[in-house]
Design a protein around this ligand. Sequence first.
Ligand SMILES: N[C@H](CCC[C@H](N)C(=O)O)C(=O)O
Length: 274
Amino acid sequence: MQTSFFKMHGLGNDFVILDERAGHLPLTPARIAALAHRRRGIGCDQLVTLRPACAEGADVFVRFFNPDGSEAGACGNASRCVAELIFRQTGNRRPVLQTRAGTLPARIEADGLVTVDMGVPRLEWQAVPLAVEMDTLHLPLEGDPAAASMGNPHATFFVKDFSMLSHGHALEHDPLFPERANIGFARIDTPEHMRLKVHERGAGVTEACGSGACAAVVNAVRRGLVQRRCTVELDGGLLQIEWVESGPQAGHVLMTGATATAFEGTVDLATYAS
Ligand SMILES: N[C@H](CCC[C@H](N)C(=O)O)C(=O)O
């Protein structure tokens, strides 16, 4: 069955976006993995589906799937891309995304950048989740990472260089993380700027990770390493992150950055694994 798709990216973190608002598509973990395959499929870091929203005030229900077929509760860069897509389709500069991690208000900025309110980070060990009760600010792993959830699990290592990146896969699968984890390596350059590389759960090292950038800033603020407004420099570009201190969005994490559409196309799902 032919279905159309959008190929978009946020700072090189790339997505295949399938629209199921007119009817559900026959997607299975195997078919998702086949579509996401860099050589045998379209190729992407995450496959994203759009469905009609059912949450009050939301414009669309968005789900995120990794190339290994696993589902992620949150995906910051993809959320920004979907917000841009909804704006292009409707003219609405403030689309609201319903996700498994919560309802995320977005805003298309005057300069074309896209901001998503990623909600309040979850800092309790049960929410990350971790396998046993512990202080999430200092995990009992070599490298002393901190952990937080943005609707998906993140561990942040504060490093001087990125030689630990090669340990990302083993760390993703450490028994401390019963649902695995996205593993971020953050080098603090100034209190307003960090350099971040992320080994993503179910995807590997990506050019950018929005929820990873949010988690890294939250963990760095908790450790007193950066200000609540921080520029995160990823391989693919810059994200502006703010962990809001006061006012109506107090406690929420705002993420702002660029989006782009690479191409649109159609795909016959029947030619991919069932
Ligand atoms: N690229 C995404 C993160 C995907 C997270 C996914 N790998 C998971 O299993 O949580 C982002 O921009 O936030």
